[in-house]
Every structure is written in C-alpha cells, then in structure tokens.
Design a protein around this ligand. Structure first.
Ligand SMILES: [Zn+2]
Length: 161
C-alpha cells in the first residue's frame, strides 16, 4: 500500500513544470529525487535545484507542495537536496526531445567521457551540426544563444552543467 501511495505522489509531484521552460516537468529535468510517506501520512519530497540560486526553485517547491496537498496529503515538506549536485545528464530522453521540439537545443550527454562535449550542438530548426555560440548567457543563465550556420536561425542551447 505504501509503495502504491509513494508512486502516486511521485507521479503527481513529477508533473510540476519548470516555470522557465514550461514544456519540461521536474520529472523530465531529473530534479525530483525522492518521495517518502511516514506512518502518519506526512509526505517528504526531495528536489534538487538545477543551478544554485535558480530563481525557479521557490515556485517549484510551492507547486509541488500544492499538488501533493491536492492529492490528499495535508502535511507535506519539500526538501531541497544539494548533494550530489544535479547535472544535465539527469535530464530524461523525453525531456531532451521536448526541449528540441520547443526549439531549444538540449544539453549534450556527457556520460563518462568528457570528450563527448566536443560533439556538435545541432540546430533545433533544421538539424544542421554547424552552429556557433553568439552569447554564453541568453534569457536564463542556463542557456546560451547560438546561431545556425546553415539556416541562420538563432536558437537557445540548454548548456551542459
Ligand atoms: Zn538551422
């Protein structure tokens, strides 16, 4: 019973979206770390910030708490877990696909091999591999502004972190 309840709360909490990139849920981002329910129905949800000082974090915390309460659990604590720190490698494949469809080049997967970072950032508009960074910080600190060398369209890149 407890496992079913935890799974349900986890699903409900995971549907909270990132206020800065509303196509991504916190489940897509990989920042929902853990859900626990104790014997007196008190819910603990652990989330990690994408970047330290991310202004979206307070909004996400409030949204998670509200959704858990809506699911029938009045007592909920949303904990911020800083260690181990979040990296873009935790973003799900579904999250990467949604980002691309939204017009933002997803972070490249670093995996165990840092040389992977030499891989091209593909243009989300035409798919060309030849793109150049125009500005390291775009509308949010986690994104860079790039321009495609093929179709010339500017686009945002969710930087590896
Ligand atoms: Zn292009």
């Amino acid at each position: 019973m407890v496992t079913i309840a935890v799974d349900r709360v986890r699903r409900v909490a995971g549907e909270v979206t990132d206020p800065e990139i509303p196509v991504l849920t916190i489940d897509d981002l990989g920042i929902l770390r853990d859900v626990r329910i104790d014997g007196s129905d008190h819910v603990d949800v652990d989330i990690s910030p994408t970047y330290s000082g991310c202004p979206a974090l307070e909004t996400i915390q409030a949204d998670v708490a509200q959704r858990v309460r809506d699911a029938g659990y009045e007592n909920v604590t949303v904990n911020v877990v800083l260690s181990p720190p979040w990296t873009t490698d935790w973003m799900s494949d579904a999250g990467r696909r949604k980002l691309r469809e939204y017009g933002i080049a997803p972070p490249r997967s670093r995996g165990a091999d840092m040389r992977l970072l030499q891989l091209a950032v593909e243009c989300p508009v035409c798919g060309a591999a030849h793109t150049n960074e125009v500005a390291h910080f775009a509308s949010t600190p986690c994104q860079a502004l790039r321009r495609c060398g093929s179709c010339s369209e500017p686009f945002q890149h969710f930087k590896e972190h």
